[in-house]
Design a protein around this ligand. Structure first.
Ligand code: ADP
Ligand code: MG
Length: 255
């Protein structure tokens, strides 16, 4: 049975994310030129491509930080590009971590992790903190609960940012080059945590330059060039048997 027939029978098999023919331009520069991308539950999709290829813009349109010019994006059943959509409510269903500045510097680690639960979902502080502490224990940072972010290493900060992003159990996690600003020796601890999330069943779309990580963890690798998906497939296809000359050429430059 193909994927769409399976979905018709089982609503739970609907994709978490369905990006349909999305176009985005900045001024007269087209940045996304007809992106189609579906992401199923528990799937880890890794976006690769040169700097400027549109990876961040794509992630931002999904999180409604940028409006699409054309096309539609569905989160589950909901067309989130519908202008009447409640942006805050959509964002509450998506966890996001960027390259930089994810944590509020004036709040301790636990308050950072529990903020959304308390403010967006109205969870009582004691309940939010119980969940938050369990989450910090899971990522090995329970002893940092009362520290402020500037007392943590970059790798620890990004692990807390991931904990914050998953604290409210989002349907989808968007990770945009979350290790690019880290010293090389701190990259592993952050990527290991992403591997743990995959093992626990998270649905993730992630832009990264870490090709060996992409090979290990991605269910699907998507190669983006100048706002177009050139090729997409399992890591063995993309890295070992790329079908397109552009993909081969890009990979020969990055490794
Ligand atoms: P990537 O994340 O793959 O490096 P981006 O999505 O950040 O690529 O950028 C794609 C293109 O869009 C680049 O040429 C970039 O300069 C341009 N761009 C991104 N954001 C903006 C913006 N807010 N205003 C104008 N141009 C932008
Ligand atoms: Mg980017």
């Amino acid at each position: 049975m193909n994927a769409s027939a399976k979905r018709a029978q089982d609503p739970a098999a609907r994709p978490v994310l369905d990006v349909q023919a999305v176009h985005k331009r900045f001024g007269d520069q087209p940045v996304l030129r007809g992106i189609d991308l579906t992401v199923d539950r528990h799937e880890v999709v890794v976006l690769i491509g040169a700097s400027g290829s549109g990876k961040s813009t794509l992630l931002k349109t999904i999180n409604l930080l940028e409006q699409v010019d054309d096309g539609r994006i569905f989160l589950g059943d909901e067309d989130i590009t519908d202008p009447r959509v409640d942006t805050d409510r959509v964002r509450a269903r998506i966890g996001v971590v960027f390259q930089h500045y994810n944590l509020f510097p004036h709040m301790n680690v636990l308050d950072n992790v529990t903020l959304a639960a308390r403010k967006v979902f109205g969870t009582a502080r004691a309940d939010a903190e119980r969940t938050g502490l369990a989450l910090l224990a899971r990522i090995g940072l329970a002893d940092k609960a009362k520290e402020y972010p500037d007392r943590l290493s970059g790798g620890q900060q990004q692990r807390v940012a991931i904990a914050r992003a998953i604290a409210t159990d989002p349907e989808l996690l968007l990770l945009d080059e979350i290790t690019s600003a880290l010293d090389p020796q701190l990259v592993g601890e952050v990527l290991d945590l992403v591997g743990d999330l995959k093992a626990a069943g998270s649905t993730i779309v992630m832009a990264t330059h870490e090709m060996s990580f992409a090979r290990r963890v991605a269910d699907r690798v998507v190669y983006l060039k100048d706002g177009v998906i050139i090729e997409s497939g399992p890591p063995e296809q993309i890295f070992d048997r790329p079908q397109r000359e552009e993909t081969r050429e890009f990979l020969s430059r990055v490794r």
